[in-house]
Ligand binder design. Structure first.
Ligand SMILES: Cc1cc2nc3c(=O)[nH]c(=O)nc-3n(C[C@H](O)[C@H](O)[C@H](O)COP(=O)(O)OP(=O)(O)OC[C@H]3O[C@@H](n4cnc5c(N)ncnc54)[C@H](O)[C@@H]3O)c2cc1C
Length: 447
């Protein structure tokens, strides 16, 4: 009997999920081919809408999809990749509660789609104290922080302390940073009417960016428009400035000044995923160098895509790390992988960015789509329409559309999302254990 072919996809983000879905199609008539996707969360996160969760525009679960509902034939392994051994063609993954236990998954084809991680550049205090904006947990933590500080500040009699609680700093003037500060601004200001002790002048929002203007990926005109919009709402822009440290109650800046705040959201750096950065294959600054077909040279059957890979763009550079590239790379990679099995022709990945959009809150935005620039309401409308269309599964689209519609009538939600549960001393109550992404309740043994 012919041995089963094992295709292992590591990472359930844009690259991994789209690759796995296309692999299912490519091998639909080949039951002897086993496709397994490994991801540390059991859901696929739609990152472009992450700031809307942080700002309470969208319900926490509406921008994520259970990976099992996205896949039809492929198996899903909910676990964390611990090590990749290209020589032995095996991946060690850990899963399970109480620290987990390891499994070894052998492969004939390996697809690396593990994305990137936050880079803190070794800046003192950042890794321990800063909030980040990369995962669903980050968005929940930010929303909780905003609400907690408003709750505390409402009854705070020390003016200095109240000021510190209501000063929020975002580092990074790229898409993630700009959308995050715009969303935070709207959320806090829209919520002030429920806090009689707070007034708009108590709130301070600062965007720190090392470049001369924000949104450098867009035209100068759109970048300036975004700056004007944010400044008009009272967001302070500190351009040409870097964060150099974060201590208990202040953000230190490269111009020698300090901002008294305990809330810094760090969106200013990405680093390669450590699981791929140390692999023996060719890489540049930790990202795997692949050929235009997304094969890893020198390692037959190993492929890479998305943020963890450098895919040549045919013009002497590499494709940028965006979701629109990662999902298209996934589809092409799957066809190439199938072609390598069936003896077909593999084709290089070729794609030009269709457009870039940023939501600036208050029904305004900036967008550059097919070379045309938009700002204000049309750009915001485009942002919502395009990303709603891209969000996987009708059910989630429907829920998001409903959230946005209800948002026109009702105020933003001020309920904190609980992320920890204190163990109860009562023997009659179930014992609760806290997990990093949520809650797990266990029935206590009955006496
Ligand atoms: C806040 C934010 C907003 C963004 N907005 C946009 C946008 O508007 N438009 C756009 O085009 N791009 C946007 N991006 C960029 C886009 O999200 C990435 O380019 C895209 O997600 C890359 O896809 P990927 O599959 O390479 O990585 P990811 O989508 O990050 O997927 C990697 C997956 O691997 C998993 N993983 C990582 N390590 C392990 C491990 N050790 N074990 C198991 N699983 C692991 C992760 O949990 C994740 O599911 C945004 C990114 C962020 C953070």
């Amino acid at each position: 009997m012919k041995p089963r072919k094992r295709i292992l996809v590591l990472g359930g983000g844009f690259g991994g999920v789209y690759a796995a879905k296309s692999l299912e199609r490519a091998f639909r008539r080949h039951p002897d081919v086993e496709i397994t996707l490994v991801n540390k969360d059991n859901f696929f996160l739609f990152t472009p809408m992450l700031h809307e969760v942080a700002a309470s525009d969208l319900d926490v679960t509406h921008i994520v999809n259970p990976i099992r509902k996205l896949l039809r034939r492929a198996s899903f392994f909910h676990g964390e990749v611990l090590g990749i051994d290209l020589e032995r063609r095996a991946v060690t993954v850990t899963h399970g509660i109480d620290g987990g236990h390891p499994h070894e998954l052998a492969f004939d084809h390996l697809v690396l789609a593990l994305g990137s991680v936050t880079n803190f550049y070794g800046i003192p205090g950042l890794e321990e104290r800063a909030l980040t904006m990369r995962s669903l947990g980050d968005a929940i933590a930010l929303k909780n922080r905003l609400i907690r500080h408003m709750e505390e500040a409402d009854f705070e009699c020390c003016t200095e302390l109240r000021r510190r609680l209501l000063t929020f700093v975002v580092a990074g003037g790229g898409f993630a940073g700009v959308e995050t500060i715009a969303a935070m601004h709207d959320f806090v200001h829209d919520s002030l009417r429920y806090y009689p002790g707070l007034r708009p002048e108590h709130v301070r929002m600062v965007l720190v960016h090392s470049g001369p203007r924000i949104l450098p990926e867009l035209t100068d005109k759109l970048g300036r428009y975004a700056e004007k919009k944010l400044a008009a709402r009272g967001v302070e822009l500190r351009l040409g400035t870097r964060v150099t440290g974060l201590c208990r109650d202040a953000v230190e800046l490269s111009d020698g000044t300090q901002i008294t705040s305990t809330s810094l959201v760090w969106t200013a750096g990405s680093a390669p995923n450590p699981s791929v950065a140390g692999l023996p294959c060719a890489n540049e600054r930790g990202r795997v160098l692949v050929d235009p077909m997304m094969r890893v040279p020198g390692w037959p059957g190993v492929w890479a895509l998305g943020d963890c890979a450098l895919v040549p763009d045919g013009r002497g550079g590499f494709h940028p790390p965006t979701a629109q590239h990662a999902c298209r790379q996934g589809r092409v990679l799957a066809k190439n992988l199938a072609a390598s099995e069936f003896g077909g022709k593999e084709r290089p990945f070729s794609f030009r960015t269709l457009g870039q959009l940023a939501s600036l809150g208050r029904r305004s935005g900036v967008a550059s789509v097919f070379g045309c620039n938009f700002s204000g309401f049309p750009a915001w409308w485009l942002w919502r329409t395009i990303y709603l269309a891209k969000l996987p599964r009708f059910e989630r689209k429907f829920r998001v559309a409903l959230d946005w519609t209800l948002d026109l009538v009702f105020a933003k939600d001020l309920v904190q999302t609980p992320t920890t549960v204190r163990a109860d001393t009562s023997a009659l109550r179930p014992a609760m254990r806290v997990h990093d992404t949520g809650l797990v309740a266990e029935a206590a043994p009955r006496a």
